[in-house]
Design a binder for this molecule. Structure first.
Ligand code: OOG
Ligand code: NI
Length: 306
């Protein structure tokens, strides 16, 4: 099915699913409201709906019946189209981005852990939880029922891990530990800074503003991550810590989700266009492996423990 065949029922369902994701994410990540409040206080925006959400991101476990092959069915049903692949050799991750059915919707960046590349012990731990999933749970879901999809995205897919298992995974793969606890929780939403008012519409200016307001930013590879072509510039907060309850009632502070900021520059052939003529298609599209590799670390202890 192509996006042009998509009807208003699909987009209404998508609106509701995205609304549910953003609502729970904002409740869980106080920085979301703090950033928005700081932007209003500074006069960068008047209301939150002026913010363009560049993309949202999800993480998945690459095992049978789960992973991207399962997860992506949800958003492809709403007209998202699969685009470029990204490979993270050290982190053992594969990712894709998905283009939305209409420009008003965020892009999606979704990644998957290549579980089979981990040590036997880590694989055993992961499978102890994920092996209870014996068929693709998305196939059992009515994707036209927004409430059902919202519940699915926020329900435990497997039993709550033990703290010992979490900590063993953490030593080998911070990503694995994140997913075993957080599952499909929204990993981040992303403020498009290029559409903000002058003085705040470059990543350098926006990062200055965030730093002056006391936000802690991910410093892996430098605060501002720049693509080799210079046209995709990104920064992110350090993930907020949450008090996570593990099996047996153990409570431990672990990384939750974070907020990202992206500047997509106008591509060279369009640089002579008047500012009011510039739309999404004139700007740098997609993602960048080198940038993403460092942005993943927003939830890693090297950043959260700084
Ligand atoms: C995703 C990190 C990559 C980007 O925009 O390149 C990313 C994650 O932390 O799951 O968001
Ligand atoms: Ni991102």
């Amino acid at each position: 099915m192509t996006s042009s065949l998509h009807n208003s029922t699909d987009t209404q369902t998508l609106d509701a699913v995205l609304g549910g994701l953003m609502r729970r994410y904002s409740e869980r990540v106080p920085d979301v409201q703090h950033v928005i409040n700081a932007m209003i206080d500074e006069g960068v925006i008047q209301t939150p709906d002026e913010i363009e959400n560049d993309h949202i991101a999800f993480r998945t476990m690459g095992v049978p019946h789960l992973g991207l092959a399962s997860f992506e069915k949800i958003f492809r049903h709403y007209g998202y189209e699969k685009r470029d692949e990204y490979n993270f050799i050290e982190k053992k991750l594969t990712a894709y981005w998905y283009a939305p059915p209409e420009p008003k919707y965020p892009r999606i960046f979704a990644s998957e852990l290549r579980v089979s590349e981990l040590s036997d012990e880590a694989q055993r731990i992961i499978h102890r939880y994920t092996d209870t999933v014996t068929s693709d749970p998305v196939d059992a879901l009515n994707l036209d029922d927004a409430d059902a999809v919202d519940q699915f995205l926020h329900q435990p897919l497997w039993t709550t891990p033990t703290l010992a298992d979490y900590q063993t995974l953490l030593k080998e793969s911070e990503y694995a530990a994140w997913v075993i606890y957080n599952r499909y929780y929204l990993n981040h939403f992303t403020i498009s800074v290029h559409n903000l008012k002058p003085g705040y519409n470059t990543i350098d200016e926006f990062v200055d503003f965030l730093t002056n307001r006391g936000f802690r930013l991910n410093s892996a590879g430098g605060t501002i991550k720049v693509s080799p072509d210079g046209d995709l510039r990104q920064a992110s907060t350090v993930a907020q810590m949450i008090d996570a309850e593990f099996a047996g009632g153990d409570v431990f502070r672990i990384a939750g989700s974070y907020v990202e900021f992206a500047e997509r520059r106008v591509l060279p052939p369009f640089r002579n266009l008047a500012p009011d003529q510039i739309t999404r298609q004139h700007r740098r599209e997609g993602f960048e492996t080198g940038n993403a590799d460092k942005i993943f670390e927003s939830t890693f202890t090297t950043q959260t423990g700084k």
